[in-house]
Write a protein of this length. Structure first.
Length: 425
């Protein structure tokens, strides 16, 4: 879990959604089809902040995504994403699985039967997988979607405790392609801006190494209902409840604009069991006419530890979400500004309020061509490093820091410098 957290932080280069014209399209009777693609090349270097942490490394990753869409005139449509992934690192081989997880997520809700490992070596890995494969039937007032699909329940932006299935992290700014999970979804329209959604998500009994033969686990599966509406033409509100991977919970969220200028967001839930957990986030934001966009959020992580000496215990505690935070109280502030029509700058500071420690990132995205963009970012931790060494033999997760050596959460993070080239075709 610690390695995944560290690598998620250093893999979070920024970017905004982009679209591209299909490179192939056609009609076959009532069916229209189009094929698009996305290529991402990422290179980043990291440097340790402490002699007791793993040394620096140079890392590379390539993502090639083929996207197919089929649409029939009778309300039937289908979506297909095939992802080819290549990665290499000068770090130890133990870092490669964590590097993969930093970009994918949702593994507990995906069958490995749609994943093909092509090669693994000491410092590289390659695989192909179906990231999305779903069929949607629209029969007003119902929409029914079955198959591997992205499911997003977040209303907050940086901290998303209600996004239970492959969530984006605060440090993850490139959010165009959310990983899919194996699910069935029914959306029912009850009125203007009012509706009800039902979600059934499969969970699998994955071991230390996922296999195509891993069976469906009812304990790790989920069944959730969410109702939403708009109040006073000002704020969208929602309530949700159900069973999420061995947890019963109830919660909700809201987002809107107050006074015509102040954006507000929030979400949270309570789990029920021997030790109920409360998770919630609250945020405000404002976009100026100059294009300056400011946001701030607070996150109460009920599953987190109250002090650094208990971070490892918190890291292995099962929770409904996959958010990779160790502590109890967090705050984040961010700002973005359009320096020119082609260049956007972003700044994010993520802080653990009880260490205290922080992680700061600055990013620039430049549009090279209509469908090509370059993003560069640098990130630095602010916090005390561990007071002891790492023992590679401890626990199934690999290089775990002993519980009494952790001084701060973000003091574990490395300095990083990232560059990413993205092309849409």
């Amino acid at each position: 879990m610690i390695r995944r957290t560290l690598l998620v932080a250093l893999c979070g280069v920024c970017g905004g959604p982009a679209s591209a014209l299909a490179f192939a399209e056609g009609s076959f009777g009532p069916v229209e089809a189009e094929l698009r693609g996305n290529l991402r090349w990422l290179s980043f270097i990291s440097a340790s902040t402490d002699e007791d942490l793993p040394g620096g490394a140079e890392n590379h990753a390539v993502f090639l995504r083929a996207i197919g869409d089929l649409t029939a005139s009778d309300g039937l449509s289908s979506e297909f994403h095939l992802l080819q992934f290549l990665s290499g690192s000068t770090a130890s081989a133990s870092a490669l699985p964590a590097l993969n997880l930093a970009f994918r997520g949702g593994e507990r809700n995906r069958t490995h039967a749609l994943h093909w490992t092509q090669s693994t070596s000491l410092f590289s890995a390659a695989f192909m997988e179906v990231d999305r494969l779903s069929v949607r039937l629209s029969l007003r007032p119902f929409d029914i979607t079955v198959g591997r699909q992205p499911i997003s329940l977040a209303t907050s932006y940086l901290f998303t405790p209600n996004d239970f299935f492959a969530p984006f992290f605060a440090q993850s700014f490139y959010r165009l392609y959310k990983p899919g999970v194996d699910a069935a979804r029914v959306d029912m329209e009850l009125g203007e801006f009012t509706g009800l959604s039902l979600y059934g998500v499969l969970g699998y009994a994955h071991g230390a190494e996922s296999r195509a033969s891993d069976p469906v686990s009812l304990k790790d599966s989920s069944l959730l209902a969410r109702a939403f509406t708009n109040l006073f033409d000002v704020v969208d509100v929602s309530i949700l409840g159900g069973y999420i991977a061995d947890f019963w919970l109830v919660g909700g969220g809201f987002q809107g604009e107050l006074f015509g200028w102040l954006g507000v967001r929030g979400e949270g839930h309570v789990t029920f069991g021997n030790e109920p957990m409360v998770e919630f986030s609250l945020g405000i934001e404002h976009r100026f006419e100059s294009s300056l966009h400011l946001r701030a959020e607070y996150f109460h992580h009920g599953a987190g530890a109250s002090d650094p000496t208990r971070y490892l215990q918190a890291a292995v505690v099962a929770t409904p979400s996959e958010l990779p935070y160790f502590g109890r109280h967090y705050a984040a502030v961010g700002a973005s500004y359009e320096l020119s029509p082609l260049l956007v700058a972003d700044v994010l500071i993520l802080a653990n309020m009880q260490d205290p420690s922080a992680f700061a990132t600055i990013y620039f995205a430049y549009s090279l061509l209509d469908e090509v963009e370059l993003a560069v970012s640098a990130a630095a931790p602010l916090g005390r490093g561990p007071s002891g060494s790492i023992d590679p033999s401890v626990g199934p997760l690999g290089e775990l820091i002993l519980p009494d050596t952790i001084e701060s959460e973000f003091g574990l993070y490395p300095f990083t410098l990232n560059a990413e080239l993205r092309a849409y075709f």
